[in-house]
Ligand binder design. Structure first.
Ligand code: C5P
Length: 249
């Protein structure tokens, strides 16, 4: 009689690593502390991102930070319930991701990891259900998975025409806003980033890196709550979401 374990997916029980990039300067948000350490309703953005990734199924985290800030991040992440590793950020977001991925090769406990998520610390309020969907879609065989939401505004393209500027309407029904965490087969992500370095590709997210290396990207439903907290107005929205979720905090 086979044990129940034999019917679990082949990667059940293996580490699922969340790489959280938090090394940006956050100048658009203003304030004296780095953006990821800014608090919303009493908890920092980076701690909230860690909480969401862990609640969604990540077993280990890599947090990519700016030089000299590890003590501040360690203090902010004291209550996180899974191992947290640190890496130094690079000049661009994609360099920070590469530095974070390097940790996977250095930590023996992460050798068996097959699923890697990459998440912007600034998307601190992503619901754990979105994280769980991203993980299970990679575990089911997708090479690259991204959460997306539809566009609600009308969209226009602003372009130069002879003698000035013109504009034209864009069909928004096909457009999607891309969020994080994005999930990947570990080897696909490592190989694609290595290739991007070789080709000097400039990208704004990791799915684009994999797509450029010939992999299909699977879309899953994201959430408006996973807004990228970038400008002061976003903090107001985030605080309102937190008050709704945590009324007695
Ligand atoms: O600049 P942008 O809004 O695209 O940043 C998205 C995320 O990438 C943020 O969480 C930011 O901290 C991170 N980032 C980074 N290293 C950089 C630039 C951005 O970790 N060099």
């Amino acid at each position: 009689m086979p044990s129940d374990d034999q019917f679990l997916p082949p990667d059940q029980g293996l580490p699922v690593v969340g790489v959280i990039v938090a090394a940006g300067s956050g100048v658009r948000l203003g304030g004296s502390v780095p953006k990821a350490l800014r608090q919303v309703n009493g908890r920092s953005l980076v701690a909230r991102s860690c909480d969401a990734l862990v609640a969604g199924g990540c077993t280990d985290l890599v947090v990519v930070i700016a030089d000299g800030l590890q003590p501040d991040f360690e203090a902010a992440l004291g209550g996180v319930t899974v191992p947290v590793h640190y890496a130094l950020g690079g000049d661009r977001r994609q360099d920070s991701v590469v530095n974070g991925l390097d940790v996977l090769a250095r930590v023996p406990e992460l050798e068996a990891c097959r699923v890697v998520l990459v998440h912007d610390a600034a998307r601190a309020l992503v619901p754990p259900a979105v994280v769980a969907t991203v993980i299970s879609t990679v575990q089911a065989g997708a090479a690259a998975v991204i959460p997306v939401v539809p566009m609600i505004d009308s969209v226009r393209r602003d372009h130069v025409i002879s003698g000035g500027h013109g504009s034209s309407i864009v069909d928004r029904s096909e457009l999607r806003l891309v969020q994080t965490p994005q999930g990947f087969d570990r080897q696909v992500l490592l190989d694609s980033h290595a290739r991007a370095v070789e080709l000097a590709l400039e990208v704004t997210d990791d799915a684009a890196v994999c797509e450029a290396n010939g992999h299909d990207v699977v879309l899953v439903a994201g959430s408006r709550d996973a807004l990228k907290i970038t400008e002061p107005h976003d903090v107001l929205v985030a605080e309102a979401i937190c008050r709704e979720r945590e009324p007695v905090r």
